[in-house]
Design a binder for this molecule. Sequence first.
Ligand code: HEC
Length: 446
Amino acid sequence: MMTIRLLAAGAILAGLAPAAPTFSKDAAPILFKHCAGCHRPNDIAPFSVLEYKAARPWAKAIKASVASGKMPPWFADPNHGQFSNDARLSRREIETLTAWADAGAPEGNAADLPAKPVFTEGWQLGKPDIEIDIGENHQVTPGEDAYEHFVVPTNFKEGRWIRAAEIKPGNRQVVHHVHVLLVQEDLSKMAAASTSNMPDLQQFLLKEGKLSRIRKEAPVVNDACAPGTPALPFLQGAQEGGLAAFLPGRPPDVWPEGTAKWVPAGAKLEFVVHYARISGKPQYDRTSVGFHLAPGPPKQVLRRMDLRNFFMQIPAGEPRHEVRRCYDFEADKLLLSFTPHMHYRGRDVTYVVVRPDGTRQTLLAVPRYDFNWQLVYRLREPVLVEKGSRLIVTAHYDNSPNNPANPNSKEVVRWGDKSEEEMMTSWIEYLDAPVRRSPASSGGSQ
Ligand code: HEC
């Protein structure tokens, strides 16, 4: 009788006040899955979640960071679009981490620990067919964040189809993010050749060493969607985009089955590397990119269009300065992903498509852009955009003293490579949509 009553009381108690969550049983599965990609020894984040001892002192900070949505980094407004790489925790996961921190972050029983995630060091995709590095052991000096550009030849005698490109940071402790592009000058020459009477962008640029910026006296166009927008380089149409990007915690790019990217003969690569601020001793880095060749020409070419507004100008002190850029679809395209890029003053950005019948759809909204995280937003399902549609990219910049990231609110800011200057860039990966035809004739070659 007695024992039964005790058991019942225990069950009721358990029901009312579940045992406090522990690291081993409750927190670790979440931390291993969503955080360890960056929060592990020798990676970019400030502490490891793989060991209780290392994670314990951060319990309160973990609670605060997941409650505020600061971690894991993810900035898309959940009301628009669905993304295959959505990093957000579920409400339940947030509650569990919160309850664990509130309970004093107990360790619990080590036997409950899930298996530690295994991280491959070196190439994630295995040894690439072709490896190209930045060409030097680059010294990263303590102090400021640094952005370095390295231009290196591919020495390709003939063009190559590439089905995947993996960037391998040489030194995970200093490399924050990396972009690998086909060299811009060649691209702008190609574009200049194709649009006959367009002035060359170079005449508006000022070069300082490896860095460029728009001249102060260049024309100003903040709304490149307005009717009567002047014919200036790359305010209409699109520039052909780069090859690959690396971000902490992001798996390498393997493009969809049957697609590949083209690297022409004699191409040069430009590595743009953001080195995070370090203290202590100088560090060395030799980042590389590995190409995996496609067996032959792909069924579909994976393309990237880059939309920029080089002629923006942000007034001093302005808290919400608007810059727009449009793209008019000359053919049907299947959109795959968006990567917005701005600098310290970037505040928000939205992508709206207006279809030929006038319907509007917000494909992505990033209400709180953060320069530290150059995230890519991969659409869960490709979005078909028909010929005759218009994509409107609207960005806002905070050049006020209230923006903690703002290096100088007293400056009029224009386009430039340096983080202290600004950019308005969007990388959009897409496929040329297959020609629409009757189902009976589908399956043919294209
Ligand atoms: C994509 C990489 C990445 C992922 C994933 C990630 N973090 Fe971080 N985290 C960082 C980096 C880098 C920093 C240091 C820079 C910063 O604070 O932005 C950081 C900082 C933190 C901090 C210190 C914040 C502060 O205010 O000082 C906490 C706490 C934290 N992360 C918790 C988490 C938790 C919990 C998760 C998983 C739910 C997670 N992070 C996922 C990269 C990541």
